[in-house]
Design a protein around this ligand. Structure first.
Ligand SMILES: Nc1ncnc2c1ncn2[C@@H]1O[C@H](COP(=O)(O)OP(=O)(O)OP(=O)(O)O)[C@@H](O)[C@H]1O
Length: 539
C-alpha cells in the first residue's frame, strides 16, 4: 500500500535528486498518522478454535516472536534517516491462536522528488515493542520453555537479527531473570543438579568460554570444543567444561565470566558487536536415581546469535571481518533452513522432508529440535530482533520476510491430517488407561497414580518424563517403561507415511505401490529389449 505525503508536507522539487533523509519531518508525521489508525487489540471467545481441532501433539514447537528496540541516545535527536519506521500493528487472540502484527514503512522518494511510504504488515506469535522490557518477554514466552527443560525436555531460546538490533541486550536481560527464577524455590535444590556451560561458535571454530575457570585443571590450554554425532545418532559435545551451580550467585558469576570471554569487535554498526554465536547450556539433572535409571536430563540452550549483516553493513570491513561475516551469515541461513524444513516435515506428507541439521555445528548441536524421531518434546522460542530506524529498513524487511513465514508453517500443519488411530495423542481416557494396563503392565492402583482425573492420551503425551517418574514414585522401572513405550508410539505416528493431502499410507498400500512401480519398470525394460531387437534386425 502506498501512502502519499500530505500536500503541505513535502517540498516537491521535480527533477532534483532528493533523498529520504531530506524529508525527515514529513515521514515522521506520515508514520504517526498511520499509527493513529491501528485498531485496538481483539480478544475473541477463548476456546473457539481449539475445540474444533483434532487432538495432536507437536513434538517440536516454535514460537516466533519479534522484538524491536527503541530509538537510542542520539538516534532520538538525529535527523536524516534516523526516524522510527516500525510500529506494532493489530493484535488478535482468537481461541488457541494468538497473532500480533507489526507494520513496517519503507520510505521512498520518487524521481519527481515526492516522498511516499510503502506499508507491509507481518504476523508473529508475539510482537514486543519498545515499551516492553525483558521481564515482559520472559513472562510471555521464555518461562514456559524453562519449566519444560526443568521437567526433562529440551528448551531453546535464540535471538537473531541485524547487528546492533538488541540481541545481546535481550539475552543478557533474560539470563539475569532466569538466574533469579531458577533458584527462587529452595525446596527443589535437593532433588536436582544444575550445570552450566558456555561456548562460542564461529564456523567450525568452537571455544569454551569457561575453560579458564579455576576448577578446570587445563586452564587456558583447554583443547578445542568439538560437536559431532555418535553412531547411535546422538549429538555430542566434547571438551566443553560443565560447572555445577547451586546458587544464583554462582550461576551469575559464571555467566559474567562467559560474557567477558566472548569475542566482540567494533564494527560500523555496533561498538561491541558479537562476532560469534554465544551458546549457554543449562542442564537439569535429577538426584536420587541409580545410573541409567532416572529420567533424562532436561536441557536449555540460550543462544545469542552473531548479528547478520547486509553488504551495506560490512562495506568498511577488513578481510578478517569479511570472512567472519560470511561464516556468520552462512550458519544463520542454515539455522533458518532447518526451522523451515522441520515445520514442514511435521505437516501432512512431510515425513520425507530432509532437515539439513548437519550443515552447521550450531544446528547439529540442536539436533533434538530438528529430528522427527527425537524421544522428547522440544520447545523453541525464536526472538527476531529489528532496529526501528528508517536507515535499517531493508534489513528489517529482510528479517521479517524470513521469520514471519516460519510461524505460518507452524500453524498450517494442523490443517487436515487424517486421524491416526495408532497415535496415542488421539486416544481418550479409557483407551490410554487400557494401554497402560494391558500393554505396559500397570495395575489399577498404578494407573490411578499415573492418570489422575481421567487423563487423556494427549495429556499424557504432554506430561514430562520427570512428572511421570513423580507420579509413579518408587516404581522407576514402570515409569521408564511407560515413557519409552509412549514415545515409541509418538515417534511412529510422527514418521508414519502420509500423502500430501494428509491421508495415511497403510503398509498394504505402500507394498502395493512398490509392486506396481516394479511392474512398470519391468514393462519398460521389456519394451526397450524388444526395441533393441527390432533395431538390430532392421540393420
Ligand atoms: N530494548 C532495548 N532497550 C534499550 N537499549 C537497547 C535495547 N536493545 C538494544 N539496546 C542497546 O542497543 C545497542 C546494541 O544492542 P546489542 O549489542 O544488544 O545488539 P546486538 O544485536 O547484540 O548486536 P551484534 O549482533 O552486533 O552483537 C546496545 O547499546 C544496547 O544497550
Amino acid at each position: 500500500m502506498e501512502i502519499n505525503a500530505p500536500p503541505d508536507g513535502a517540498r516537491f522539487v521535480a527533477g532534483s535528486k532528493k533523498l529520504v533523509g531530506d524529508f525527515h519531518d514529513q515521514f515522521v508525521s506520515m508514520i504517526l498518522e498511520a499509527q493513529s489508525m491501528v485498531p485496538p487489540p481483539i480478544v475473541a471467545n477463548a476456546g473457539s478454535t481449539r475445540s474444533r481441532r483434532e487432538p495432536s501433539l507437536d513434538t517440536s514447537t516454535f514460537t516466533v516472536c519479534l522484538r524491536m528496540r527503541p530509538l537510542l541516545g542520539n538516534e532520538l535527536t538525529a535527523r536524516g534517516e534516523s526516524f522510527n519506521c516500525v510500529i506494532p500493528g493489530e493484535s488478535k487472540i482468537d481461541g488457541s491462536d494468538r497473532t500480533d502484527q507489526v507494520i513496517v514503512f519503507t520510505p521512498k522518494v520518487g524521481i519527481t522528488g515526492k516522498p511516499s511510504l510503502t506499508e507491509a504488515t507481518f504476523a508473529f506469535d508475539y510482537v514486543f515493542g519498545p515499551d516492553h522490557d525483558g521481564d515482559h518477554v520472559y513472562d510471555a514466552v521464555v518461562e514456559a520453555v524453562v519449566k519444560r527443560a526443568e521437567g526433562g525436555q529440551v528448551g531453546v531460546v535464540f535471538a537473531f537479527g541485524q547487528t546492533g538490533s538488541g540481541k545481546s541486550h535481550t539475552m543478557n536481560g533474560l539470563m539475569d531473570r532466569l538466574v533469579m527464577e531458577l533458584f527462587a524455590n529452595s525446596s527443589e535444590a535437593s532433588t536436582r543438579r544444575i550445570t552450566f556451560s558456555y561456548m562460542e561458535i564461529l564456523g567450525s571454530n568452537i571455544r569454551d568460554c569457561l575453560a579458564i575457570m579455576p576448577d578446570n585443571d587445563n586452564g587456558n590450554t583447554m583443547p578445542k570444543v568439538q560437536i559431532g554425532e555418535l553412531l547411535d545418532g546422538r549429538a555430542v559435545v566434547k571438551n566443553l567444561s560443565e560447572h555445577r551451580t547451586s546458587s544464583a550467585k554462582e550461576l551469575s558469576a559464571l555467566i559474567g565470566v562467559a560474557k567477558s570471554q566472548r569475542t566482540t569487535k567494533a564494527t560500523e554498526k555496533n561498538d561491541t558487536s558479537s562476532r560469534s554465536h554465544g551458546v549457554g547450556i543449562i542442564r537439569f539433572g535429577h538426584v536420587g536415581f541409580e545410573a541409567g535409571e532416572g529420567p533424562a536430563e532436561g536441557v536449555l540452550y540460550i543462544i545469542d546469535l552473531a548479528g547478520s549483516e547486509r553488504s551495506d553493513d560490512s562495506k568498511g570491513h577488513n578481510k578478517s571481518l569479511m570472512d567472519e561475516t560470511k561464516e556468520i551469515n552462512l550458519s544463520i541461513m542454515s539455522l533458518k533452513e532447518c526451522i523451515r524444513a522441520r515445520t514442514i516435515a511435521s505437516g501432512p506428507g512431510g515425513a520425507s522432508i530432509h532437515v539439513p541439521y548437519r550443515r552447521s555445528k550450531l544446528t547439529l548441536l540442536m539436533k533434538d529440535v530438528f529430528d522427527l524421531g527425537c524421544k522428547r518434546m522440544c520447545s523453541t522460542v525464536v526472538l527476531a530482533h529489528v532496529s526501528p530506524l528508517a536507515g535499517d529498513v531493508k534489513h528489517t524487511v529482510n528479517t521479517m520476510n524470513y521469520c514471519a513465514p516460519l510461524r505460518v508453517a507452524v500453524n498450517d500443519k494442523t490443517k487436515s491430517s487424517e486421524r491416526d488411530d495408532r497415535d496415542p495423542a488421539t486416544w481418550d481416557a479409557d483407551r490410554i488407561r487400557s494401554w497402560c494396563e494391558k500393554t505396559m503392565g500397570l495395575d489399577a492402583t498404578e494407573s490411578n497414580m499415573l492418570l489422575p482425573r481421567g487423563t487423556t492420551g494427549i495429556e499424557l503425551c504432554r506430561t514430562t518424563e520427570v512428572e511421570i517418574y513423580r507420579r509413579l514414585a518408587g516404581k522407576h522401572d514402570k515409569a521408564k517403561c511407560v515413557y519409552q513405550g509412549l514415545w515409541t508410539l509418538i515417534c511412529d505416528a510422527k514418521t508414519r507415511k502420509r500423502r500430501p493431502d494428509g491421508s495415511i499410507i497403510t503398509q498394504e498400500q505402500e507394498d502395493a505401490e512398490i509392486a506396481n512401480a516394479r511392474k512398470l519398470q519391468e514393462e519398460k525394460a521389456k519394451l526397450w529389449e524388444d526395441r533393441e531387437k527390432t533395431l538390430k534386425s532392421e540393420f
